[in-house]
Write a protein that binds this ligand. Structure first.
Ligand code: UTP
Length: 485
Protein backbone atom coordinates (compact mmCIF):
# COMPACT_ATOMS: atom_id res chain seq x y z
CA UNK A 1 0.00 0.00 0.00
CA UNK A 2 1.14 3.48 -0.76
CA UNK A 3 2.21 5.43 2.31
CA UNK A 4 1.05 8.97 1.62
CA UNK A 5 2.90 10.36 4.61
CA UNK A 6 6.18 8.99 3.34
CA UNK A 7 5.48 10.52 -0.07
CA UNK A 8 4.56 13.83 1.54
CA UNK A 9 7.83 13.84 3.42
CA UNK A 10 9.82 12.92 0.34
CA UNK A 11 8.15 15.71 -1.65
CA UNK A 12 8.79 18.14 1.11
CA UNK A 13 12.50 17.35 1.17
CA UNK A 14 12.57 18.29 -2.54
CA UNK A 15 10.47 21.44 -2.16
CA UNK A 16 7.52 19.89 -4.06
CA UNK A 17 5.00 19.34 -1.24
CA UNK A 18 2.42 21.55 -3.00
CA UNK A 19 1.68 18.58 -5.28
CA UNK A 20 -0.42 17.10 -2.47
CA UNK A 21 -2.09 20.44 -1.70
CA UNK A 22 -5.55 19.16 -2.75
CA UNK A 23 -5.07 15.56 -1.64
CA UNK A 24 -7.72 15.69 1.07
CA UNK A 25 -10.38 16.78 -1.45
CA UNK A 26 -9.74 13.89 -3.83
CA UNK A 27 -11.68 10.65 -4.30
CA UNK A 28 -9.78 7.40 -3.63
CA UNK A 29 -9.40 6.87 -7.38
CA UNK A 30 -8.02 10.39 -7.91
CA UNK A 31 -5.64 9.96 -4.99
CA UNK A 32 -4.31 6.80 -6.54
CA UNK A 33 -3.77 8.48 -9.93
CA UNK A 34 -1.90 11.35 -8.36
CA UNK A 35 0.27 9.19 -6.12
CA UNK A 36 1.18 6.96 -9.05
CA UNK A 37 2.29 9.96 -11.06
CA UNK A 38 4.35 11.29 -8.19
CA UNK A 39 5.95 7.93 -7.55
CA UNK A 40 7.04 7.72 -11.17
CA UNK A 41 9.16 10.88 -10.75
CA UNK A 42 12.86 10.60 -10.05
CA UNK A 43 13.02 13.52 -7.64
CA UNK A 44 16.80 13.42 -7.20
CA UNK A 45 17.33 13.64 -10.92
CA UNK A 46 14.70 16.39 -11.19
CA UNK A 47 16.50 18.40 -8.49
CA UNK A 48 19.59 18.46 -10.64
CA UNK A 49 17.65 19.39 -13.75
CA UNK A 50 15.80 22.14 -11.92
CA UNK A 51 19.10 23.60 -10.81
CA UNK A 52 20.78 23.39 -14.21
CA UNK A 53 17.86 23.89 -16.62
CA UNK A 54 14.99 25.63 -14.82
CA UNK A 55 16.50 28.03 -12.30
CA UNK A 56 19.43 28.54 -14.65
CA UNK A 57 19.72 28.42 -18.39
CA UNK A 58 22.31 25.90 -19.51
CA UNK A 59 25.07 27.65 -21.36
CA UNK A 60 26.12 26.12 -24.65
CA UNK A 61 29.86 26.53 -25.05
CA UNK A 62 31.07 25.27 -28.36
CA UNK A 63 34.67 24.24 -28.73
CA UNK A 64 36.96 26.18 -31.07
CA UNK A 65 37.69 23.43 -33.51
CA UNK A 66 34.36 22.71 -35.12
CA UNK A 67 34.53 21.36 -38.63
CA UNK A 68 31.91 20.54 -41.21
CA UNK A 69 31.44 16.76 -41.26
CA UNK A 70 32.16 14.53 -44.24
CA UNK A 71 29.00 13.88 -46.18
CA UNK A 72 28.03 11.46 -48.92
CA UNK A 73 26.76 13.81 -51.65
CA UNK A 74 23.23 13.46 -53.01
CA UNK A 75 24.53 13.39 -56.57
CA UNK A 76 27.65 11.23 -56.91
CA UNK A 77 30.61 13.37 -57.97
CA UNK A 78 32.61 10.71 -59.80
CA UNK A 79 32.58 7.07 -60.85
CA UNK A 80 33.86 5.92 -57.52
CA UNK A 81 31.09 7.58 -55.51
CA UNK A 82 28.54 6.33 -58.04
CA UNK A 83 29.92 2.81 -57.55
CA UNK A 84 29.66 3.14 -53.78
CA UNK A 85 26.04 4.21 -54.06
CA UNK A 86 25.22 1.34 -56.44
CA UNK A 87 26.85 -1.09 -54.06
CA UNK A 88 25.00 0.47 -51.14
CA UNK A 89 21.68 0.06 -52.92
CA UNK A 90 22.40 -3.58 -53.60
CA UNK A 91 23.53 -4.20 -50.03
CA UNK A 92 20.52 -2.33 -48.63
CA UNK A 93 18.16 -4.40 -50.76
CA UNK A 94 19.81 -7.58 -49.49
CA UNK A 95 19.42 -6.47 -45.87
CA UNK A 96 15.76 -5.60 -46.39
CA UNK A 97 15.11 -8.94 -48.12
CA UNK A 98 16.87 -10.73 -45.27
CA UNK A 99 14.32 -9.21 -42.87
CA UNK A 100 16.90 -7.14 -40.99
CA UNK A 101 15.21 -3.74 -41.33
CA UNK A 102 12.33 -2.21 -39.36
CA UNK A 103 10.58 1.14 -39.73
CA UNK A 104 10.26 3.42 -36.71
CA UNK A 105 8.17 6.59 -36.55
CA UNK A 106 8.07 9.08 -33.71
CA UNK A 107 4.45 10.19 -33.38
CA UNK A 108 4.26 11.26 -29.77
CA UNK A 109 4.57 15.01 -30.31
CA UNK A 110 1.90 17.48 -29.30
CA UNK A 111 1.74 19.28 -32.65
CA UNK A 112 1.01 22.58 -30.92
CA UNK A 113 2.09 24.72 -33.87
CA UNK A 114 -0.23 22.87 -36.25
CA UNK A 115 -3.13 23.04 -33.83
CA UNK A 116 -4.76 19.89 -35.28
CA UNK A 117 -7.19 18.17 -32.97
CA UNK A 118 -5.80 14.64 -32.80
CA UNK A 119 -2.56 12.75 -33.41
CA UNK A 120 -0.72 14.38 -36.31
CA UNK A 121 -0.45 11.01 -38.07
CA UNK A 122 -4.25 11.06 -38.56
CA UNK A 123 -4.09 14.32 -40.52
CA UNK A 124 -5.21 13.94 -44.14
CA UNK A 125 -2.15 15.07 -46.01
CA UNK A 126 -2.12 13.88 -49.62
CA UNK A 127 -3.31 15.96 -52.58
CA UNK A 128 -5.87 13.69 -54.26
CA UNK A 129 -6.73 10.66 -52.14
CA UNK A 130 -6.50 12.69 -48.90
CA UNK A 131 -4.72 9.90 -47.07
CA UNK A 132 -3.73 10.37 -43.48
CA UNK A 133 0.00 10.59 -42.82
CA UNK A 134 0.02 7.17 -41.17
CA UNK A 135 -1.31 5.67 -44.41
CA UNK A 136 1.37 7.44 -46.45
CA UNK A 137 4.04 5.60 -44.47
CA UNK A 138 2.12 2.31 -44.21
CA UNK A 139 1.87 2.09 -48.00
CA UNK A 140 5.58 2.70 -48.41
CA UNK A 141 6.40 0.03 -45.85
CA UNK A 142 3.99 -2.39 -47.50
CA UNK A 143 5.41 -1.67 -50.95
CA UNK A 144 9.03 -2.05 -49.79
CA UNK A 145 8.16 -5.33 -48.08
CA UNK A 146 6.35 -6.69 -51.15
CA UNK A 147 9.24 -5.79 -53.38
CA UNK A 148 11.68 -7.60 -51.09
CA UNK A 149 9.36 -10.51 -50.32
CA UNK A 150 9.31 -9.88 -46.56
CA UNK A 151 7.08 -8.32 -43.92
CA UNK A 152 8.70 -5.19 -42.59
CA UNK A 153 7.69 -4.47 -39.00
CA UNK A 154 6.72 -0.94 -38.08
CA UNK A 155 7.27 0.51 -34.60
CA UNK A 156 5.14 3.53 -33.79
CA UNK A 157 6.01 5.70 -30.82
CA UNK A 158 3.01 7.43 -29.30
CA UNK A 159 2.62 9.46 -26.10
CA UNK A 160 0.33 8.73 -23.14
CA UNK A 161 -1.90 11.53 -24.50
CA UNK A 162 -2.39 10.13 -28.02
CA UNK A 163 -1.76 6.40 -27.67
CA UNK A 164 -5.37 5.22 -27.36
CA UNK A 165 -6.59 7.33 -30.28
CA UNK A 166 -3.66 6.28 -32.46
CA UNK A 167 -4.23 2.57 -31.86
CA UNK A 168 -7.96 2.95 -32.49
CA UNK A 169 -7.22 4.76 -35.75
CA UNK A 170 -5.09 1.86 -36.97
CA UNK A 171 -7.76 -0.67 -35.97
CA UNK A 172 -10.44 1.37 -37.69
CA UNK A 173 -8.36 1.45 -40.90
CA UNK A 174 -7.38 -2.21 -40.70
CA UNK A 175 -3.75 -1.25 -40.26
CA UNK A 176 -3.76 0.12 -43.81
CA UNK A 177 -3.12 -3.35 -45.18
CA UNK A 178 -0.25 -4.24 -42.84
CA UNK A 179 -0.52 -7.32 -40.62
CA UNK A 180 -1.56 -6.15 -37.14
CA UNK A 181 1.21 -8.23 -35.59
CA UNK A 182 3.75 -6.28 -37.64
CA UNK A 183 2.64 -2.97 -36.13
CA UNK A 184 4.08 -2.41 -32.65
CA UNK A 185 2.98 0.60 -30.61
CA UNK A 186 5.19 1.91 -27.87
CA UNK A 187 4.46 4.77 -25.52
CA UNK A 188 7.13 7.32 -24.73
CA UNK A 189 7.95 8.73 -21.32
CA UNK A 190 6.86 12.07 -19.91
CA UNK A 191 8.42 14.98 -18.08
CA UNK A 192 6.74 17.41 -15.70
CA UNK A 193 6.54 21.12 -16.49
CA UNK A 194 8.00 23.54 -13.95
CA UNK A 195 7.24 27.11 -13.02
CA UNK A 196 10.19 29.48 -13.17
CA UNK A 197 10.90 28.79 -9.46
CA UNK A 198 11.36 25.10 -10.14
CA UNK A 199 8.01 23.97 -8.74
CA UNK A 200 6.36 21.14 -10.64
CA UNK A 201 3.01 22.31 -12.00
CA UNK A 202 -0.30 20.59 -11.37
CA UNK A 203 -2.60 20.33 -14.41
CA UNK A 204 -5.53 19.38 -12.19
CA UNK A 205 -5.92 18.79 -8.48
CA UNK A 206 -5.25 15.10 -9.12
CA UNK A 207 -2.79 15.33 -12.02
CA UNK A 208 0.66 16.70 -12.73
CA UNK A 209 1.29 18.85 -15.78
CA UNK A 210 3.16 16.23 -17.80
CA UNK A 211 4.21 16.28 -21.44
CA UNK A 212 6.13 13.92 -23.72
CA UNK A 213 9.87 13.88 -23.02
CA UNK A 214 10.92 14.66 -26.61
CA UNK A 215 11.79 12.44 -29.57
CA UNK A 216 15.00 11.60 -27.74
CA UNK A 217 12.75 9.62 -25.40
CA UNK A 218 12.39 7.10 -28.22
CA UNK A 219 15.59 5.26 -27.33
CA UNK A 220 14.54 4.58 -23.75
CA UNK A 221 11.00 3.79 -24.90
CA UNK A 222 12.35 1.15 -27.29
CA UNK A 223 13.98 -0.55 -24.33
CA UNK A 224 11.18 -0.11 -21.75
CA UNK A 225 8.37 -1.19 -24.07
CA UNK A 226 10.06 -4.39 -25.17
CA UNK A 227 10.38 -3.10 -28.76
CA UNK A 228 14.12 -3.84 -28.74
CA UNK A 229 13.45 -7.39 -27.57
CA UNK A 230 10.79 -7.78 -30.22
CA UNK A 231 13.27 -6.58 -32.85
CA UNK A 232 15.89 -9.02 -31.62
CA UNK A 233 13.37 -11.86 -31.82
CA UNK A 234 12.54 -10.93 -35.40
CA UNK A 235 16.19 -10.60 -36.39
CA UNK A 236 15.96 -6.84 -36.97
CA UNK A 237 19.37 -5.16 -37.00
CA UNK A 238 18.64 -1.77 -38.53
CA UNK A 239 16.00 0.71 -37.49
CA UNK A 240 14.86 3.25 -40.07
CA UNK A 241 13.75 6.27 -38.02
CA UNK A 242 11.55 9.12 -39.28
CA UNK A 243 9.09 11.73 -38.05
CA UNK A 244 5.34 11.62 -38.47
CA UNK A 245 5.13 15.05 -40.09
CA UNK A 246 7.10 14.53 -43.30
CA UNK A 247 5.00 12.98 -46.11
CA UNK A 248 7.97 13.05 -48.51
CA UNK A 249 10.18 10.83 -46.36
CA UNK A 250 11.53 7.68 -47.96
CA UNK A 251 10.73 5.31 -45.07
CA UNK A 252 12.82 2.39 -46.26
CA UNK A 253 15.77 3.57 -48.34
CA UNK A 254 18.09 0.80 -49.56
CA UNK A 255 20.96 3.20 -50.36
CA UNK A 256 20.90 4.72 -46.87
CA UNK A 257 20.64 1.30 -45.21
CA UNK A 258 23.42 -0.13 -47.36
CA UNK A 259 25.80 2.80 -46.69
CA UNK A 260 25.15 2.58 -42.96
CA UNK A 261 26.00 -1.11 -42.92
CA UNK A 262 28.95 -0.95 -45.32
CA UNK A 263 30.60 1.74 -43.22
CA UNK A 264 29.84 -0.05 -39.95
CA UNK A 265 27.94 2.95 -38.68
CA UNK A 266 26.00 2.90 -35.42
CA UNK A 267 23.77 5.89 -36.14
CA UNK A 268 23.41 7.68 -39.47
CA UNK A 269 21.52 10.69 -40.68
CA UNK A 270 20.24 12.32 -43.82
CA UNK A 271 20.97 15.98 -44.42
CA UNK A 272 19.79 18.67 -46.81
CA UNK A 273 21.67 21.76 -47.86
CA UNK A 274 20.38 24.68 -45.84
CA UNK A 275 18.40 27.21 -47.87
CA UNK A 276 20.14 30.11 -46.18
CA UNK A 277 22.74 30.46 -43.43
CA UNK A 278 20.20 31.06 -40.68
CA UNK A 279 17.59 28.50 -41.70
CA UNK A 280 16.10 26.91 -38.58
CA UNK A 281 17.59 23.46 -39.05
CA UNK A 282 20.09 21.75 -36.77
CA UNK A 283 23.64 21.89 -38.16
CA UNK A 284 25.74 18.78 -38.60
CA UNK A 285 29.25 19.47 -37.28
CA UNK A 286 32.35 17.46 -36.51
CA UNK A 287 33.84 17.92 -33.04
CA UNK A 288 36.77 15.73 -31.95
CA UNK A 289 36.02 13.31 -34.73
CA UNK A 290 32.40 12.80 -33.68
CA UNK A 291 29.30 14.03 -35.49
CA UNK A 292 27.15 16.45 -33.50
CA UNK A 293 23.99 18.33 -34.37
CA UNK A 294 24.20 21.90 -33.17
CA UNK A 295 20.93 23.75 -32.93
CA UNK A 296 20.55 26.74 -35.22
CA UNK A 297 20.27 28.99 -32.21
CA UNK A 298 23.61 27.74 -30.83
CA UNK A 299 25.77 28.19 -33.92
CA UNK A 300 27.14 31.71 -34.08
CA UNK A 301 25.94 33.80 -36.99
CA UNK A 302 29.54 34.30 -38.03
CA UNK A 303 30.05 30.55 -38.35
CA UNK A 304 26.69 30.02 -39.99
CA UNK A 305 27.63 32.53 -42.69
CA UNK A 306 31.10 31.11 -43.45
CA UNK A 307 31.53 29.92 -47.02
CA UNK A 308 33.97 27.64 -48.79
CA UNK A 309 36.05 28.47 -51.88
CA UNK A 310 33.19 27.49 -54.18
CA UNK A 311 30.91 29.98 -52.43
CA UNK A 312 28.77 27.38 -50.68
CA UNK A 313 27.99 27.50 -46.98
CA UNK A 314 30.69 25.81 -44.95
CA UNK A 315 28.15 24.45 -42.47
CA UNK A 316 25.45 23.65 -44.95
CA UNK A 317 24.37 20.20 -43.79
CA UNK A 318 20.98 20.66 -42.12
CA UNK A 319 19.36 17.93 -40.05
CA UNK A 320 15.96 16.65 -41.24
CA UNK A 321 15.45 14.02 -38.54
CA UNK A 322 15.83 10.97 -40.75
CA UNK A 323 18.12 8.42 -39.14
CA UNK A 324 19.28 4.85 -39.16
CA UNK A 325 20.12 3.14 -35.93
CA UNK A 326 21.85 -0.17 -35.46
CA UNK A 327 19.79 -2.06 -32.92
CA UNK A 328 23.01 -2.91 -31.05
CA UNK A 329 23.70 0.83 -30.63
CA UNK A 330 20.30 1.50 -29.03
CA UNK A 331 20.85 -1.54 -26.81
CA UNK A 332 24.22 -0.19 -25.74
CA UNK A 333 22.85 3.29 -24.97
CA UNK A 334 19.96 1.99 -22.93
CA UNK A 335 21.56 -0.88 -21.09
CA UNK A 336 21.57 -0.65 -17.34
CA UNK A 337 18.64 1.73 -16.99
CA UNK A 338 18.41 5.26 -18.20
CA UNK A 339 19.55 6.59 -21.55
CA UNK A 340 21.24 9.84 -20.58
CA UNK A 341 20.69 12.25 -23.41
CA UNK A 342 20.94 15.90 -22.45
CA UNK A 343 17.75 17.85 -21.78
CA UNK A 344 16.83 20.95 -23.73
CA UNK A 345 14.90 23.77 -22.12
CA UNK A 346 11.89 25.47 -23.70
CA UNK A 347 9.74 28.19 -22.18
CA UNK A 348 6.06 27.53 -22.94
CA UNK A 349 2.59 28.61 -21.89
CA UNK A 350 1.31 25.69 -19.81
CA UNK A 351 -2.17 25.56 -18.28
CA UNK A 352 -2.04 24.82 -14.55
CA UNK A 353 -3.96 24.71 -11.28
CA UNK A 354 -2.95 27.51 -8.92
CA UNK A 355 -2.62 27.16 -5.14
CA UNK A 356 -6.23 28.28 -4.67
CA UNK A 357 -7.52 25.60 -7.01
CA UNK A 358 -8.20 27.90 -9.97
CA UNK A 359 -7.41 26.70 -13.49
CA UNK A 360 -5.08 29.20 -15.19
CA UNK A 361 -4.60 29.34 -18.98
CA UNK A 362 -1.68 31.71 -19.49
CA UNK A 363 -1.21 33.47 -22.80
CA UNK A 364 2.50 34.00 -22.22
CA UNK A 365 5.16 31.43 -21.32
CA UNK A 366 4.92 30.63 -17.62
CA UNK A 367 6.74 27.34 -17.51
CA UNK A 368 9.80 25.38 -18.48
CA UNK A 369 9.46 22.13 -20.41
CA UNK A 370 12.39 19.79 -20.79
CA UNK A 371 12.85 17.53 -23.78
CA UNK A 372 15.48 15.15 -25.11
CA UNK A 373 16.41 15.28 -28.79
CA UNK A 374 17.29 12.13 -30.67
CA UNK A 375 20.14 13.74 -32.58
CA UNK A 376 22.08 14.08 -29.32
CA UNK A 377 22.78 10.37 -29.67
CA UNK A 378 24.92 11.03 -32.76
CA UNK A 379 28.17 11.86 -30.95
CA UNK A 380 27.79 8.62 -29.00
CA UNK A 381 28.02 6.62 -32.21
CA UNK A 382 31.50 5.32 -32.94
CA UNK A 383 30.78 5.63 -36.66
CA UNK A 384 28.15 7.78 -38.36
CA UNK A 385 27.30 8.32 -42.01
CA UNK A 386 25.73 11.54 -43.20
CA UNK A 387 23.97 11.10 -46.50
CA UNK A 388 22.96 14.24 -48.31
CA UNK A 389 19.54 14.15 -49.90
CA UNK A 390 17.60 16.61 -52.02
CA UNK A 391 15.01 18.60 -50.17
CA UNK A 392 12.49 18.43 -53.05
CA UNK A 393 12.69 14.67 -52.97
CA UNK A 394 12.53 14.00 -49.29
CA UNK A 395 11.67 16.81 -46.93
CA UNK A 396 8.50 18.84 -46.57
CA UNK A 397 7.32 18.77 -42.97
CA UNK A 398 3.86 19.76 -41.79
CA UNK A 399 4.68 21.89 -38.75
CA UNK A 400 2.59 25.03 -38.97
CA UNK A 401 -1.08 25.79 -39.58
CA UNK A 402 -0.19 28.10 -42.48
CA UNK A 403 2.76 29.57 -44.35
CA UNK A 404 6.13 27.82 -44.39
CA UNK A 405 6.23 24.10 -43.54
CA UNK A 406 2.46 23.77 -43.51
CA UNK A 407 -0.03 21.35 -45.06
CA UNK A 408 -0.28 23.70 -48.06
CA UNK A 409 3.46 23.55 -48.77
CA UNK A 410 3.56 19.77 -48.19
CA UNK A 411 0.68 19.20 -50.65
CA UNK A 412 2.37 21.42 -53.19
CA UNK A 413 5.68 19.55 -52.78
CA UNK A 414 3.97 16.18 -53.18
CA UNK A 415 2.33 17.31 -56.42
CA UNK A 416 5.62 18.70 -57.70
CA UNK A 417 7.43 15.46 -56.93
CA UNK A 418 4.71 13.36 -58.60
CA UNK A 419 4.86 15.65 -61.66
CA UNK A 420 8.63 15.20 -61.92
CA UNK A 421 8.25 11.42 -61.74
CA UNK A 422 5.53 11.40 -64.38
CA UNK A 423 7.58 13.62 -66.67
CA UNK A 424 10.62 11.41 -66.20
CA UNK A 425 8.41 8.50 -67.25
CA UNK A 426 7.53 10.36 -70.44
CA UNK A 427 4.08 11.63 -69.44
CA UNK A 428 3.23 15.21 -70.26
CA UNK A 429 2.11 17.18 -67.20
CA UNK A 430 0.10 20.40 -67.59
CA UNK A 431 1.89 23.46 -66.26
CA UNK A 432 0.81 27.07 -66.10
CA UNK A 433 2.68 30.03 -67.58
CA UNK A 434 4.96 30.15 -64.51
CA UNK A 435 5.82 26.48 -64.85
CA UNK A 436 3.69 25.47 -61.87
CA UNK A 437 1.97 22.09 -62.11
CA UNK A 438 -1.65 22.72 -63.13
CA UNK A 439 -3.24 19.47 -61.91
CA UNK A 440 -3.49 17.58 -58.62
CA UNK A 441 -1.30 14.48 -58.87
CA UNK A 442 -0.71 11.61 -56.47
CA UNK A 443 1.10 8.32 -56.95
CA UNK A 444 0.76 5.65 -54.30
CA UNK A 445 3.94 3.67 -53.61
CA UNK A 446 1.70 0.63 -54.08
CA UNK A 447 1.36 1.70 -57.73
CA UNK A 448 4.99 2.66 -58.30
CA UNK A 449 7.80 3.04 -55.80
CA UNK A 450 10.22 4.76 -58.15
CA UNK A 451 10.80 5.93 -61.68
CA UNK A 452 11.69 2.47 -63.02
CA UNK A 453 8.42 1.08 -61.66
CA UNK A 454 6.45 3.96 -63.07
CA UNK A 455 7.98 3.62 -66.54
CA UNK A 456 6.90 0.00 -66.64
CA UNK A 457 3.33 0.73 -65.64
CA UNK A 458 2.34 4.04 -67.08
CA UNK A 459 1.19 4.77 -70.62
CA UNK A 460 3.31 7.75 -71.70
CA UNK A 461 0.35 8.92 -73.79
CA UNK A 462 -1.74 9.40 -70.68
CA UNK A 463 -3.55 12.70 -70.94
CA UNK A 464 -3.81 14.91 -67.89
CA UNK A 465 -6.08 17.88 -68.65
CA UNK A 466 -5.23 21.09 -66.79
CA UNK A 467 -7.19 21.35 -63.56
CA UNK A 468 -7.73 17.56 -63.40
CA UNK A 469 -6.94 15.27 -60.50
CA UNK A 470 -4.95 12.12 -61.09
CA UNK A 471 -4.50 9.37 -58.55
CA UNK A 472 -2.43 6.31 -59.31
CA UNK A 473 -3.22 3.75 -56.63
CA UNK A 474 -2.72 0.07 -55.94
CA UNK A 475 -3.89 -2.50 -58.52
CA UNK A 476 -4.38 0.18 -61.13
CA UNK A 477 -7.00 1.86 -58.94
CA UNK A 478 -7.22 5.38 -60.32
CA UNK A 479 -9.15 8.57 -60.10
CA UNK A 480 -9.77 11.15 -62.84
CA UNK A 481 -7.48 9.16 -65.06
CA UNK A 482 -7.38 8.51 -68.79
CA UNK A 483 -5.15 5.87 -70.30
CA UNK A 484 -3.13 4.78 -67.24
CA UNK A 485 -1.62 1.30 -67.42
P1 UTP B 1 8.36 18.51 -33.26
O1 UTP B 1 9.64 18.92 -32.68
O2 UTP B 1 7.95 19.14 -34.52
O3 UTP B 1 7.24 18.67 -32.15
O4 UTP B 1 8.38 16.94 -33.43
P2 UTP B 1 5.68 18.47 -32.20
O5 UTP B 1 5.30 18.15 -30.79
O6 UTP B 1 5.23 17.47 -33.23
O7 UTP B 1 5.11 19.86 -32.65
P3 UTP B 1 5.09 21.26 -31.85
O8 UTP B 1 6.53 21.63 -31.64
O9 UTP B 1 4.32 21.05 -30.59
O10 UTP B 1 4.40 22.17 -32.82
C1 UTP B 1 9.10 16.32 -34.43
C2 UTP B 1 8.72 14.85 -34.44
O11 UTP B 1 9.03 14.25 -33.20
C3 UTP B 1 7.87 13.68 -32.63
C4 UTP B 1 6.71 14.37 -33.28
O12 UTP B 1 5.55 13.56 -33.22
C5 UTP B 1 7.24 14.58 -34.68
O13 UTP B 1 7.15 13.38 -35.44
N1 UTP B 1 7.92 13.86 -31.18
C6 UTP B 1 8.20 15.08 -30.65
C7 UTP B 1 7.66 12.80 -30.37
O14 UTP B 1 7.38 11.67 -30.84
N2 UTP B 1 7.69 12.99 -29.02
C8 UTP B 1 7.99 14.17 -28.47
O15 UTP B 1 8.03 14.25 -27.23
C9 UTP B 1 8.25 15.25 -29.29
Amino acid sequence: MTDVNAIRQELSSHGQEHLLGFYDELTPQQRQTLLQQIESLDLDQLDELIETHVLNKPEVRLPEDIEPPPMVPALPKDDQSQREKDQARERGEQLIAAGKVAAFVVAGGQGTRLGYDGPKGCLEATPVAHKPLFQVFAEQILAAGRRAGVRIPWYIMTSPANDVVTRAFFRQHKYFGLEPEDVFFLVQGQMPSFDFDGKILLAEKDRLALSPNGHGGSLQAMRDSGALDDMAKRGIEYISYFQVDNPLVHCIDPVFIGLHEMRSAEMSAKAVSKRDPLEKLGNFCLIDGRVHVIEYSDLSEEMARQTTDDGRLRFRAGSIAIHLFSRSFVERLTEGGRCELPCHRAEKAVAYMDAEGNKVEPAEPNAVKLEMFVFDAMPLAKEAVILETLRDKEFSPVKNASGEDSLTTALHDQVRRAAELLEAAGVSVPRDADGKVAAALEISPLYAENIEDLKQKIDPNLEIPPGDSLYLGSRGQTGGLKGAG
